[in-house]
Design a protein around this ligand. Structure first.
Ligand code: ATP
Ligand code: MG
Length: 201
């Protein structure tokens, strides 16, 4: 095949691709608030959510973040986003530990946390809400999935919500518009490297 033949085929292939992409884009013209779920055992759930927070802030949108399981308070994202005027940051998991082993106490704390998150879900001035590590209160039965889904359903129609955490319940994934499962192939932690600033915290 000479060069001009190769070029012609390439141009035809790209034209076909353009037709497919253009038609898919023209079919997806709806504008609405989305519910996104980032789940799975692989690294990148919270950082993906915070990447969308950065995008939103670039458009001068207002963002609310609720962190449900609080492992540490010195993460780069918390230090950075707490300084941003467009961000409201709530730590709702202070005191949740895997060691508590007290269902009643954890349930009460989760419900108090959800009351705060619900206020954000009722606030139409918030364009994007991140419920970070929110799958755990659902997974461990501290909150009722049906009640949470009902609150999510009645949020302002243009408000986006992102839920992160391992083991997202099926009902949450069914209710969501976009669901991504991050798969763990390899993680440096298992080879003995502790959490690194800028990468893990
Ligand atoms: P990140 O905050 O880095 O996006 P994540 O939200 O996907 O991670 P979490 O389960 O919330 O994952 O874990 C947070 C911390 O645990 C981070 O420091 C992350 O690097 C680390 N981590 C994530 N996945 C794994 C894994 N598969 N094995 C070991 N450590 C992990
Ligand atoms: Mg996370």
């Amino acid at each position: 095949m000479d060069n001009s033949e190769q070029e012609k085929r390439y141009q035809q292939r790209m034209q076909r691709k353009k037709t497919v992409v253009d038609s898919a884009v023209s079919r997806a013209g709806r504008q609405q608030g989305l519910l996104l779920v980032l789940t799975g055992n692989g690294k990148g759930k919270s950082t993906s959510a915070f990447g969308m927070v950065v995008r939103a802030l670039g458009h001068c949108m207002q963002v609310g973040v609720a962190q449900f399981i609080k492992s540490r308070s010195d993460t780069g994202e918390e230090l950075f986003f707490r300084r941003q005027p467009g961000v409201i940051w709530h730590t709702l998991g202070e005191g949740f530990t895997w060691e508590t082993q007290n269902l009643e106490r954890d349930t009460e704390m989760a419900q108090r946390g959800w009351a705060v998150a619900r206020q954000m879900l009722k606030d139409p001035s918030l364009d994007l809400i991140v419920l970070d590590e929110f799958t755990y209160p659902l997974k461990y039965g501290w909150l009722e999935v049906d009640k949470v889904l009902a609150d999510l359903k009645t949020r302002p129609p243009m408000q986006h919500v992102i839920v992160t955490g391992r083991g997202a319940p099926e009902a949450l994934c069914n209710a969501a518009d976009t669901v991504t499962e991050l798969r763990d192939i390899k993680h440096a932690f298992r080879a003995g490297t502790g959490a690194q600033k800028g990468i893990d915290l």
